[in-house]
Design a protein around this ligand. Structure first.
Ligand SMILES: C[S@@+](CC[C@H](N)C(=O)[O-])C[C@H]1O[C@@H](n2cnc3c(N)ncnc32)[C@H](O)[C@@H]1O
Length: 255
């Protein structure tokens, strides 16, 4: 079931997302695209659904590898690519596409927004022959997350209710993701964990990342410019000297 409030939250966060998280998700999308279970020769001309597309970085990575048609679908209209040749507002749980309309569905960090991702995976399987999906490894974190959340809370921020729901569900392991895919009807499923250097290396990058996420950007946006500048200075001081952002990312390929 789709979590209440999540589409509105991403919609409200879309400017902040483009100012920060988009850069790291674009790096991770390149790795996702390299693991698509489609023969490179077959990729030329492939019809791809970018499922939970956000700003469309996964679809773009697949287009660079030869996909001829990329359709982006997302709950949040503000997140969708701004030059939308083919962008549609829609829910992964009830896709407005015919059976077998696509060769590949790419679900980059979108299936983790479901308490139970199996029905959405089954819906992706209905419309696309193959699936490539990404998720955060269950034991992965970065110290900037806690450091910046602490600063935000001291400045009056409270996490929205939907974020507590997303965070309460532990991220699945590679073998759990493979099992979800089999339950969704895929005959073959393989998940691997990869370290991705995101290029978000400075204190300012780490703050751009955390301030642009859907659970924080709407709050940061409400602040007056002086308050926002004070918040940013405190957050950058809190993460000075922390390691670069390298994400342990699971990539699931299924068909
Ligand atoms: C973490 S972002 C990732 C965006 C993009 N795939 C990327 O890698 O940059 C998750 C996206 O999934 C979308 N999303 C969450 N639940 C969804 C649902 N039920 N149907 C469609 N999109 C959904 C959100 O609106 C958001 O844009």
């Amino acid at each position: 079931m789709t979590i209440d409030g999540i589409g509105a939250a991403y919609d409200a966060a879309s400017d902040g997302w483009r100012a920060g998280p988009e850069r790291m998700y674009a790096r991770m999308a390149e790795v996702l695209a390299d693991h698509a279970p489609v023969d490179p020769l077959d990729m030329a001309g492939a019809r791809v659904l970018d499922a939970g597309a956000g700003t469309g970085v996964a679809g773009e990575a697949l287009r660079r590898r030869g996909a001829s048609t990329v359709v982006a679908v997302d709950l949040a209209p503000g997140m969708l690519p701004r030059a939308p040749a083919l962008s549609t507002v829609g829910d992964l749980a009830r896709l407005p596409f015919a059976d077998g309309a696509f060769d590949l569905a790419a679900a980059a960090f979108s299936l983790n927004h479901f308490e139970d991702p199996v029905p959405a995976m089954a819906e992706l399987r209905r419309v696309a022959t193959a699936l490539v999906a990404s998720a955060y490894a269950p034991d992965w974190s970065h110290p900037a997350k806690e450091a910046i959340e602490g600063v935000l809370v001291r400045h009056g921020y409270q996490p929205p209710e939907w974020y507590a729901v997303v965070r309460a569900d532990a991220n699945p392991s590679p073998s759990e993701l493979e099992e979800f895919a089999r339950r969704a009807g895929y005959a073959e499923a393989r998940a691997v964990t990869l370290d991705v250097a995101t290029g978000m290396d400075t204190a300012a990058d780490l703050v751009d990342w955390r301030f642009g996420m859907a659970h924080t950007a709407p709050y940061v946006d409400t602040l007056a410019p002086d308050d926002r500048a004070r918040l940013r200075a405190d957050a950058e001081a809190a993460v000075a000297g922390l390691p670069p952002l390298v994400v342990a990312m699971i990539v699931l390929s299924a068909r």
